[in-house]
Design a protein around this ligand. Structure first.
Ligand SMILES: Nc1ncnc2c1ncn2[C@@H]1O[C@H](COP(=O)(O)OP(=O)(O)OP(=O)(O)O)[C@@H](O)[C@H]1O
Ligand SMILES: [K+]
Ligand SMILES: [Mg+2]
Length: 684
């Protein structure tokens, strides 16, 4: 089957299923969650009874009333079904996706460690803390952290990305996901989740919408809609005594039709579809949002915090030059630099070794096996070795090294600052190299700003979002890169806790903050931020702390997420405006029609000139139903979002959807009235 036709059968499958689901959702237990549409369903039941027994509530109605009641009854049923269909079709994609994810889960086996050996067990029996061995060609049986070995993993089952990724013990690339396939080598993995709680399980639940809860915004809107419904209910109920007062009566089916026309059924029917579609759009960008709330928060974000290396710049900072200082030669510098990097497994450390090799300087690791390796940390901003003979070598951020040398009573060579400045002004990262308390020179780490960053930040600025670059690098390098990339503000020489402080300060000013990160030390900040986008390549801690995970591990994807969030909020606002404006217009169609027989002077209000009172009511009711499926595409695709300030967006939308919402029903109802008249149904 070609991809195209496969897609078509999938989408026709989704439609068929949605049609069935529309009926399943008629179950009152499910309907009650949506009070507006529940009222319509109750109306359907009552008019159904009135079709069978036209004089159920008194009166002396003839057979033509039966036909009228039946038409109202059918239109009401269709209205409810249309609303259910909107929700079902929005859920459809996720359900289909969940099914294909479930397939990757079945029948996994695992080699679990027991004593000194490994036993073959079903993956479903694995518990948190179990140790498993995975060999090349096998599926990784559960989520976990690699504790030994390194290998390439095909994660396409969850990311859809076919390029294999490297996973290995230690560092920020140690997390593996159950259901992905190890392509090479062997890994020993410590399982980090119990059955049913895995990433894949969560993802299935998420895309399926099983764990979907109403967001605070949605909840507030639902309460408002329910309130409006109650008000209109009271209004409609009091119409009957008013009619009596002018010596008329209004039949119950008409009252129900009026009520349904007046309550906000359009937004009531589409509300949950809009929310589901928003989450779905995020998924299509390969981002897993743990809640709809996170997506919504993204739409309101004021401040975006990004780190420099790897987010704004390419991130493979490579040593490109050795710059000796004082009276030291280049070779002397290189030797100390290599020594300090001998066991430094960061890309920076590796690149120092590579550049030195190009310059024909190499040291054997075996000779220094007994020395103590001092790993790089974002807190010390240094790395190096403590040799057995007491010699200490370090490389690191220049200010950190300067402080270190001063503590040890060493001197700072006079040309260090000038040379540091030169590298920093070019946007490079200078690393100072020191043996004991003597500074030998600088390593020039080059990093390039990713293409197109300036345009992306410009777009964010138009959305009214402030961007702050937070980097551990020195202020000059930071300033150069900030200018080149076009971020609004930057913080240099930042330690992980500075990120948290920045988030807190912004939040205290009432702002919503988004950030992306991947390291274990990013986890607290990811948890603190309103939108925390964790990288899938990152550590388990980071992924647990964030409320979104980017499967492609592209930190700049926050920009798309923010756009989708905004689009979601705008779409909901637009359809709400449209829905309520619609109801105003329907009021003009129905009220004059209902009362004109009793109060002839109301004729002046009858601006639409609909054929008969019955046709007026039926036209409004049919329009009310038909508008729901007509708006499904808009609810699913979202209102197109263009970067502009929130107020101008609001004004524009109120004009478009508010005014449009008043005009469209006038035209629509008139057209339907003409058709009803042509069909000869106006005089039933
Ligand atoms: N392997 C390393 N050995 C020694 N020093 C390093 C090493 N890697 C980075 N540094 C220094 O430590 C500083 C802080 O590094 P850190 O990773 O916290 O921030 P960064 O990568 O510069 O910025 P960002 O937070 O934007 O990623 C770097 O600017 C650099 O000066
Ligand atoms: K309505
Ligand atoms: Mg970094």
């Amino acid at each position: 089957m070609s991809r195209d036709s496969a897609q078509r059968t999938m989408s026709s499958g989704i439609v068929n299923r949605a049609v069935i689901d529309s009926f399943v959702k008629l179950n009152p237990k499910l309907m009650i969650k949506n009070p507006v549409m529940f009222v319509v369903e109750v109306g359907f039941v009552i008019t159904l009874l009135l079709t069978a027994f036209p004089n159920l509530f008194g009166g002396n109605y003839g057979p033509s009333q039966r036909v009228y009641n039946l038409i109202v009854c059918i239109v009401l049923l269709i209205t409810v079904l249309f609303g259910n269909f909107a929700e079902a079709i929005a859920e459809g994609r996720g359900k289909a996706q969940a099914e294909s994810l479930r397939k990757t889960k079945t029948d996994l086996m695992a080699h679990r460690r027991k004593g000194g050996a490994f036993e073959l067990v079903p993956a479903t029996s694995l518990r948190k803390g179990d140790i498993v061995r995975v060999s090349a060609g096998e599926m990784i049986p559960a989520d976990g952290e690699v504790i030994d070995g390194m290998g390439s993993v095909d994660e396409s089952a969850i990311t859809g990305e076919s390029a294999p990724v490297i996973r290995g013990a230690g560092g920020d690339f140690n997390s593996v996901t159950g259901g992905t396939k190890l392509l090479s080598d062997e890994l020993v993995v410590r399982v980090t989740v119990d059955p049913g709680e895995s990433f894949l399980d969560n993802m299935i639940r998420l895309v399926e919408g099983a764990s979907r809860q109403k967001t605070p915004n949605e909840l507030a809107l639902s309460v408002l809609l329910a309130g409006l419904t109650l008000i209109f209910f009271i209004v409609v109920v009091t119409l009957q005594p008013m009619a009596h007062y002018v010596h008329g009566t209004i039949d119950v089916a008409t009252l129900i039709a009026l009520l349904v026309c007046l309550i906000p059924t359009t937004i009531g029917a589409l509300l949950s579809a809009i929310g589901i579609a928003g989450m779905d759009r995020v998924v299509r960008f390969n981002v897993i949002a743990k809640s709809g709330k996170a997506v919504e928060a993204a739409g309101d974000v004021n401040t975006l915090i990004l780190d420099k290396t790897g987010t704004i710049t390419m991130g493979n900072r490579l040593a490109s030059e050795f710059v000796p200082v004082g009276s030291h030669s280049e070779n002397e510098l290189i030797e100390v630099a290599v020594l300090s990097s001998l066991f430094d497994e960061t890309p920076e450390g590796r690149s120092v070794i590579d550049l030195a090799r190009e310059k024909h300087i190499q040291l054997s690791r075996e000779r220094y096996m007994d020395s103590e390796n001092v790993e790089f940390s974002a807190d010390t901003r240094m790395s190096g070795l403590n040799l057995v003979d007491g010699t200490v070598v370090r490389k690191g951020a220049v200010d950190a090294i300067k402080r270190y040398v001063a503590e040890k009573g060493g001197l700072i060579p006079p040309d260090l600052d000038v040379k540091t400045e030169r590298i920093a002004k070019e946007g490079g990262t200078p690393l100072a190299v020191v043996r004991d308390n003597v500074v030998y020179g600088l390593i020039y780490l080059k990093d390039i700003v990713k293409p197109g960053m300036k345009e992306r930040f410009e777009e964010l600025r138009k959305m009214g979002i402030k961007t702050v670059m937070c980097t551990g690098d020195n202020p000059l390098t930071a300033a150069t890169i900030a200018k080149e990339a076009g971020v609004d503000e930057f913080i240099a020489e930042a330690k992980p806790e500075d990120k948290m402080r920045l988030i807190r300060t912004e939040q205290e000013q009432g702002k919503l903050v988004a950030m992306s990160g991947d390291g274990t030390n990013d986890a607290p900040a990811l948890a603190l931020a309103d939108v925390g986008l964790a990288m899938n390549t990152g550590t388990t801690a980071a992924k647990e702390a964030g409320n979104m995970v980017d499967l492609d591990s592209d930190p700049t994807k926050l920009i798309e997420v923010v756009s989708i969030g905004k689009q979601l909020l705008i779409t909901r606002g637009a359809i709400t405006t449209f829905s309520i404006a619609n109801d105003v217009a329907k009021y003009f169609a129905i009220i004059p029609a209902m009362f004109v027989a009793m109060i002839p002077s109301l004729k002046v209000l009858n601006i639409m000139h609909l054929t008969t009172p019955h046709s007026a009511i039926l036209s409004a009711l049919i329009f009310n139903a038909v508008i729901i499926p007509l708006l499904i595409p808009l609810a699913m695709k979202g209102v197109k979002y263009r970067p502009m300030s929130a107020t101008s967006m609001l004004v524009r939308n109120i004009l478009f959807y508010g005014v449009g919402g008043v005009i469209v029903p006038f035209i629509g109802i008139k057209l339907i009235d003409v058709m009803i008249t042509a069909l000869g149904l106006a005089h039933i």
